[in-house]
Design a protein around this ligand. Structure first.
Ligand SMILES: *[C@@H]1O[C@H](CO)[C@@H](O)[C@H](O)[C@H]1NC(C)=O
Ligand SMILES: *[C@@H]1O[C@H](CO)[C@@H](O)[C@H](O)[C@H]1NC(C)=O
Ligand SMILES: *[C@@H]1O[C@H](CO)[C@@H](O)[C@H](O)[C@H]1NC(C)=O
Ligand SMILES: *[C@@H]1O[C@H](CO)[C@@H](O)[C@H](O)[C@H]1NC(C)=O
Ligand SMILES: *[C@@H]1O[C@H](CO)[C@@H](O)[C@H](O)[C@H]1NC(C)=O
Ligand SMILES: *[C@@H]1O[C@H](CO)[C@@H](O)[C@H](O)[C@H]1NC(C)=O
Length: 428
């Protein structure tokens, strides 16, 4: 009689210990994730020491008026039907174990009975609800936009396809909390990580380290997709090099659903771009979404706009970009998103603020040219006299088109520039 009771007790005890260990394992993974996220969200300030401390509040207060919460909730009710960030974004602390034990199509354990499949033991990501998010596309419109500080002021910053950020941070910001990845890009990244060319490999590792946060692959659960193996390569590289990036996957793929966009805006899109899908994803966990770098046209205000801000690829005809653009404008008009195009009010504000702070004061070099008409230089439209250096100053800086000189003659007008006084007062 004693023996069976003893056995049962021991058995029960061991079960309890295993359950406890599993629980601790899961808890540690969650804590580790939460820590990485907290660190990411903290990093933003350093790049913009001249910003006033309540800059974020100021910007967001201004922007708040744009949004119509009723319409935002309506949109979220639709997108949440297709995707629930709480249960559909998944993180694995050990990819190899996952690949062995879990069927990625169904997210059930491989060794469980087909009739009674048991769900895989996975950690759901610490995605919360965010009040303000920036969804940053890779459009060339961002070049020279000075949007960086404004983008970084959002609570959560989302990008697509692991773009270069560091060299363009004045225009595109430097924070990344989540990067979505399409099939083609994932393939490129995995190839770069596996190549024998160490320059290429190191560049890709540096890129992964520069844009930490979470890397999210849409294509993970497609039947027959190689994305899983590629993602495993990325995940291994991240862990071997101790990068503070994490990989995550959707437990099912909703974003290819055409019905989503039909329901959202009553339009049939053939092939939604990665950017648009990223917006749809963001809409499930962000309240006020500002969208940057989504501008498909080749020119803006008579200036050429490259396809991407970071390369010279020609514009692509693969997606219904005109339709997508019209859709974003419509949502902007309805107060569902803020669609930012062109330079910002903030670009000017930041220049002014920079001036008022002693240690960050920039140098101004002031050229006064004798007998130079406005129509004589290239950046103001002269195509016979070539002035490439002056033009380059204009492209990289600000071009001002309105100006009053204190007088129409040389010396007194220069004296006015130097002193800020009327010529008559400085005795010239
Ligand atoms: C984030 O910043 C706050 C205040 O600057 C600091 O107290 C906190 O420890 C930081 N958190 C992390 C995870 O670095
Ligand atoms: C931000 O700070 C400035 C000066 O400290 C203050 O005048 C302004 O009201 C503040 N704005 C917000 C939105 O808190
Ligand atoms: C939000 O949009 C709805 C429908 O478009 C409109 O009826 C409502 O007045 C708007 N709310 C605000 C605060 O503008
Ligand atoms: C969104 O869904 C919730 C719950 O299903 C409902 O209470 C709410 O009225 C809906 N909001 C809109 C704007 O449709
Ligand atoms: C490695 O790749 C870089 C960049 O594409 C290229 O410039 C370089 O020549 C390659 N090196 C070798 C050894 O192939
Ligand atoms: C360029 O400047 C020269 C010299 O002032 C002038 O003769 C010429 O007409 C200008 N060309 C244009 C297109 O304005």
């Amino acid at each position: 009689m004693i023996r069976p009771i003893f056995h049962a007790t021991v058995f029960f005890g061991i079960c309890l210990i295993i359950v406890g260990l599993l629980y601790v394992y899961k808890l540690t993974a969650s804590l580790q994730l939460a820590r990485i996220f907290a660190r990411r969200l903290n990093m933003s300030r350093q790049d913009y020491p001249w910003l006033p401390p309540n800059f974020t509040d100021q910007l967001m207060t201004e922007r708040e008026a744009h949004f119509n919460m009723t319409n935002i909730w309506k949109m979220r009710n639709i997108t949440r039907k297709y995707f629930n960030p709480k249960s559909h974004i998944i993180y694995f602390s050990d990819f190899h174990v996952f690949m062995q034990k879990c069927d990625p199509h169904t997210f059930t354990l491989r060794n469980s009975h087909p009739r009674r499949p048991r769900p895989c033991n996975v950690v759901h990501t610490p995605i919360k609800q965010y009040r303000t998010c920036a969804v940053v596309g890779n459009g060339g419109i961002l070049l020279h936009s000075s949007c960086g500080a404004e983008i970084d002021a959002h609570e959560f910053v989302i990008r697509s396809n692991l773009p270069p950020v560091h060299d363009y941070r004045r225009d595109v910001g430097s924070r990344t909390d989540l990067t979505t990845m399409n099939v083609i890009r994932l393939d490129q990244i995995a190839n770069a990580l596996e190549t024998f060319n160490s320059t290429l490999r190191k560049d890709m590792l540096a890129r992964l380290g520069q844009s930490p946060g979470m890397i999210f692959s849409y294509s993970f659960s497609f039947i027959g997709s190689k994305a899983r193996y590629r993602m495993q390569i990325v995940d291994t590289a991240i862990k071997n090099n101790h990068l503070s990036t994490i990989t995550a996957f959707p437990s099912r793929s909703f974003l290819k659903s055409k019905r989503l966009y039909t329901e959202l805006v009553g339009k049939d899109l053939n092939f939604a771009s990665t950017g648009l899908n990223t917006f749809a994803l963001a809409s499930t966990f962000c309240e006020r979404i500002s969208i940057y770098g989504f501008y498909p046209m080749p020119t803006y205000q008579n200036k050429r706009v490259p396809y991407h801000y970071y390369d010279i690829r020609p514009h692509s005809g693969r997606h219904d970009f005109d339709e997508e653009y019209a859709m974003l404008r419509q949502m902007d008009a309805d107060g569902v998103i803020k669609h930012v195009v062109g330079k910002l009010w903030f670009a000017f504000l930041s220049a002014t603020l920079t001036l008022s702070r002693g240690e960050d004061r920039p140098n101004f070099v002031f050229f006064v040219a004798d007998d130079l008409g406005i129509g004589d230089v290239g950046c103001f439209g002269n195509d016979t006299i070539r002035t490439p250096n002056i033009d380059s100053i204009a492209t990289k800086g600000a071009k001002l088109t309105q100006h009053l000189a204190a007088t129409a003659v040389c010396t007194p007008s220069r004296a006015a520039f130097l002193t800020g006084r009327y010529p008559i007062r400085s005795g010239t």
